[in-house]
Structure formats: structure tokens, C-alpha cells
Design a protein around this ligand. Sequence first.
Ligand code: ADP
Ligand code: ADP
Length: 228
Amino acid sequence: MIKFENVTKVYNNNVLALSNVNIEIDNGEFVFLVGPSGAGKSTFIKILLKEVEPSSGTVIVNDTNLTEIKRGEVPYYRRKIGVVFQDFRLIPSLNVYENVAFAMRVIGASSREIRKKVPTVLSLVGLSKKYKAFPNELSGGEQQRVSLARAIVNNPSLLIADEPTGNLDPETTLEIMDILQDINRAGTTIVMATHAKDIVDNMKKRVIAIEKGTVARDEQRGRYGYED
Ligand code: ADP
Ligand code: ADP
């Protein structure tokens, strides 16, 4: 479903962020993206989201060639991908229910669909009771649950998580990882950039390590491999 072929990214300050990267990720995989700061992980993710254009090479996601799609098609492409970030990025003026419903409204879902789907995903992330709360009334873990609910409410085939546990304590991190595993078991491909060594070492999923813009390791049931 994801195919990077000879992808190189040189930013306009001449920084070589990715150099001739070849990666294939199948439907349903759970992949950890690891590597030192500045290695190119965010660039990889931004290319996947079509926020950054590769300087050369081909990127294919679900049969869509990202280097060929037109500007106007980008929003439709992005709808098929769920994204969660370290800093949650919820809308502060909307309560939990509305934060999730908003993602459905944007794509033109009907009120009926929204009333049916939002409670379902909130229950999936264990937040049914807090649907009226506002983001500033929630713990970090709860905010990340909302963010996960929002990311999956439109049934994306791919979920990208950029350091999703970076602001969470170890216990909360485990809870979020459980939810990510549930989402993955339900069939969603997950690509997660992380520095959470213990999580990566315990979960024994595929690990792709990027160092200095190249794939340094690509292991099934891999390990984190760094000491930080
Ligand atoms: P990581 O996510 O692994 O920390 P990044 O992909 O963010 O790595 O960065 C890879 C390299 O590209 C770094 O040297 C970084 O400073 C550089 N870089 C990232 N974004 C930009 C940008 N918009 N313009 C110029 N250089 C950038
Ligand atoms: P992350 O969320 O992984 O930290 P960022 O986009 O915030 O990703 O930045 C990643 C790295 O890229 C940082 O080291 C940052 O300094 C560098 N970077 C981001 N934008 C630019 C830019 N416009 N020019 C140079 N370096 C950049």
C-alpha cells in the first residue's frame, strides 16, 4: 500500500533529508519508524501526507502516485489517512464529541451518520463518558484518545502517528498503544514515528530505522536499537 522508490528530498537550504529511500509497507502492517533526531522521519511522514514534495523518486500510496496527483485532489487524498501528533492538536473551543464530529462534517457526512459513528469511536477509545468535556478539562492521555478517535472516525486505511506518546507518562503510553493495536487489528495500517524505546522493544513489530536520510535497518520483529 505504501511504496517509496528511490525517494530523495533535498530542502532548498541544500539539506539532504532523504537519500534514495526504498520502502514498501503492506496493508495491515504496524511499522515503527525510529532514528536519531534530524534523520528524516518527519520528512518521510510529510511526503506521505503530501505536505512535502520529493526532489526525485516515486511515492505510491494505495495505488495513488503522489507525485502525479493534482493540487485539487490533495484534500481528497488526505481524507484517506488518519494522523495523530505528539501535541494532540484538538480544537480547544469544541468539546470531545464535536472535535470528533468535526472531522466527519468536513468530509460532508450526514447528521445521521455522525450521530451513529461518533459514539462508536468514542467507545472504542474508552471516552464515552467524557463526550461533553473540553480539551482543557482532559488529561494528556484522554486528549490523545480524542485525537485517535478523530483520526479513525472516517475509516482511514492508513494511520500515521508522529510521536503520539511523546507527551505521555509510561502508563498512559501503554493505554494508547493498546488502542493503536486494536485499530491495527481491525485492519488499519499504522506507521508510527517514535522514540519510545521500551514500547518498540516490547511490541516486536516491524522497525524501520532511518539515519542520515537513509534506511539503516528494516527488521520484522525489530528492536529500537538506540540508547536514548
Ligand atoms: P526527524 O523527523 O528524523 O527529526 P526531519 O525529517 O525533520 O528529521 O529532518 C531531516 C533533516 O532535514 C534535518 O537536517 C532537518 O533540519 C532538515 N529539515 C527538515 N525540514 C526542513 C525544512 N522545511 N527546510 C529545511 N530543512 C529541513
Ligand atoms: P518534528 O515534529 O519531528 O520536530 P519539525 O518539522 O518541527 O519536526 O522539525 C524537525 C527538524 O527540522 C528540526 O530539527 C527543525 O529545526 C528542522 N526544520 C524544520 N523546519 C525547518 C526549516 N524551515 N528550515 C530548516 N530546518 C527546519
